[in-house]
Design a protein around this ligand. Structure first.
Ligand SMILES: Nc1ncnc2c1ncn2[C@@H]1O[C@H](COP(=O)(O)OP(=O)(O)OP(=O)(O)O)[C@@H](O)[C@H]1O
Length: 250
């Protein structure tokens, strides 16, 4: 349903073109979660930005249900970033959810009702009247996820959403996201630096090479959610060896 086909992406720096992504293809089946993993600077965020419609591929296509996703941002895709400051600081938590819903044509009542629902799903009922500066980092990320889900997009794009959280909060949010993704059937593209996060949260992991990147391997990790299980450990070992460029150790 989300299909990345032979995509090349880059930036123009001081008038010079710099290729970052050298020809990447993968497909995310509807309702599943794909993790993008690779060395720093390999173009994970660049691919995510293109899927969001913020960047045009130099060649190739990114489509959602056959429509060009890279043409422009649209309500069928919502993005959650790593930064804690992605919320509107002058709006309450409830207001942060309601504002984009109103901007997308919902009535005040519809926006309030839907915001309440998603705040509840993310365990934030008690925080609706607070302002972002009164929240912990983990709560801010929960609000950002609730705000994205409230728009009921077909695709949720996440750029290291838990990267700046402490380990305990990160574990909890990974569990919650996995549960919400299963409950809603949403399609997720998730950028991560963490091998264990990739195996736990994902249904498949797309491993990228150093830039200009291509796909080294696409690994199926469906159903792996117990880090003590042999299959979980084997997937981690495989990913570690791919990232080290050591394919033999698999
Ligand atoms: N706005 C920009 N202008 C110019 N070059 C950029 C820009 N953003 C990213 N790049 C370059 O594109 C390449 C890919 O960057 P990107 O941020 O997509 O990688 P990444 O895999 O997400 O990195 P990291 O894991 O470190 O977050 C890098 O070489 C980076 O320097």
């Amino acid at each position: 349903m989300l299909e990345v086909s032979d995509v090349r992406l880059g930036y123009v720096v001081d008038g010079e073109p710099h290729l970052a992504v050298g020809g990447v293809s993968f497909a995310i089946p509807r309702g599943s979660t794909t993790m993008l993993l690779g060395p720093s600077g390999c173009g994970k965020s660049t691919i995510l930005k293109a899927a969001a419609g913020f960047l045009q591929p130099w060649s190739g296509t990114i489509t959602v249900d056959g429509r060009a996703a890279s043409a422009a941002p649209g309500p069928d895709r919502a993005v959650v970033f790593q930064e804690f400051d992605q919320l509107f600081p002058w709006r309450t938590v409830g207001g942060n959810l309601e504002f984009p819903l109103r901007a997308n044509g919902r009535t005040r009542e519809q926006a309030r009702e839907r915001a309440g629902h998603w705040l509840s799903v993310m365990g934030l009922d008690h925080a609706a009247t607070r302002f972002p500066h009164q929240l912990s980092g983990g709560m801010k990320q929960r609000v950002a996820i609730a705000r994205a889900l409230a728009l009921e997009p077909d695709v949720l794009l996440m750029d290291e959403p838990f990267g700046a959280l402490d380990a305990q909060t990160r574990d909890r949010l990974q569990r919650e996201l996995k549960q919400v993704a299963a409950d809603t059937g949403i399609t997720v593209l998730f950028v991560t630096h963490s091998i264990s996060e990739a195996v736990y949260v994902g249904d498949q992991v797309v491993v990228l090479s150093t830039p200009p990147s291509d796909v080294v391997e696409t690994l199926d990790v469906r159903g792996l959610d117990d880090p003590t299980e042999a299959a979980f450990v084997a997937a981690q070992t495989r990913l570690r060896s791919l990232l080290a460029g050591d394919e033999v150790a698999a």
